[in-house]
Design a protein around this ligand. Structure first.
Ligand SMILES: [Zn+2]
Length: 327
């Protein structure tokens, strides 16, 4: 099966030697990826966007990085300058709380900036969790997403790495409220994480949820709905930090083989989820790439640099080959 132009709509590749080790696992097989800004110092300005893009392209130039910048109270002039260089603004709503009367504290503070984003057609990317209990914090954030979608009908909002049936339902409700789904939220539930022995390589935020949430996400993705796009949230940490509790799953090496298993022959929907929906939603430009999924067993490496990938050491039924770009 041939896949055209895989795109990862949510990727962490870090920096320095870690970037050198992990980026090829995305850049060799994907045409493009949306790169998250949580590096040191963080990507908060045009200068940081340009420096980070240079570091990425110096490592791999056969790949189109789309950069996010952290949402701040930018002026109109700053937004005009950033616009040609970024894909979206990333928002971690620290301190957002809600109550049962559907009051939302704090969100209006960013409304003037959101008006500018809508005006300049810059997407808003959100890690949607409140400070509620761990299994509830994304469910509780649903009302914030709905309020934003209604208050800003001209702003494209991306619900990142959705992990619950509540957000799976919400993902098809508004034209301006899109969603990314990871591989691990499609394959794992909390029982895999800690039902038996704790598996630190399955620990991420938002945490994997109940089997019923996983089923709802699977149905959503298999519907092929245009609002739903693949975003790995692949987030490598050195092994020693995983044992200190670092949240993040390094999934980049296994994405295409494992999704091939998940789609089980429904290649049309696979193509939409991994590429077409994102390209059409955002008119993306990217490095053309064709990859072939072949029924050739492949064993996931046990370590990549200092990082243990998800499913390390497991034998997978599919592997991936890059096809010559000329037909
Ligand atoms: Zn992330």
């Amino acid at each position: 099966m041939i896949l055209h132009n895989p795109i990862d709509m949510h990727l962490h590749i870090r920096q320095g030697t870690m970037l050198q080790k992990v980026l090829p696992w995305s850049a060799d097989y994907f045409s493009s990826a949306v790169i998250m800004p949580n590096i040191t110092p963080p990507v908060t300005s045009l200068q940081r966007v340009q420096e980070y893009k240079q570091e990425i392209l110096a490592c791999k130039d056969n790949f189109t990085p789309l950069l996010d910048v952290f949402l701040q109270k930018f002026t109109k002039e700053e937004i005009e300058q950033l616009k040609p260089h970024i894909f979206a603004m990333k928002f971690y709503p620290d301190g957002i709380t809600t109550n049962s009367n559907s009051g939302i504290n704090g969100i209006e503070e960013i409304y003037p900036t959101l008006e500018l984003l809508a005006q300049y057609n810059i997407p808003l990317s959100i890690h949607g969790e409140t400070n509620a209990s761990v299994l509830e914090r994304e469910r509780e954030f649903a009302k914030v997403y709905e309020k934003l979608a209604q208050d800003f009908p001209n702003l494209t909002i991306i619900m990142e790495h959705i992990s619950t049936k509540e957000l799976a339902n919400l993902a098809t409700k508004y034209d301006n409220l899109l969603a990314t789904v990871t591989l691990h939220h499609l394959l794992l539930s909390i029982d895999d994480l800690c039902g038996g022995a704790l598996n630190v390589h399955y620990f991420c935020k938002p945490t994997v949820k109940l089997a019923s949430d996983k089923e709802a996400l699977g149905e959503l993705v298999k519907s092929g709905h245009k609002n739903v796009m693949f975003g790995s949230d692949s987030a490598p940490h050195p092994l020693k930090n995983k044992f200190k509790g670092a949240a993040g799953i390094f999934s980049a090496p296994v994405i295409l083989p494992k999704l091939a298993e998940f789609f089980d022959g429904d290649w049309d929907t696979f193509q939409k989820f991994i590429s077409t929906n994102a390209i059409e939603n955002f008119n993306l430009e990217f490095t053309p790439k064709k990859v072939e999924i072949v029924e050739d067993e492949w064993v996931v490496p046990r370590m990549i640099g200092e990082v243990v990938p998800i499913f390390a050491g497991e034998r997978l039924p599919f592997s991936v080959k890059v096809v010559d770009e000329i037909d």
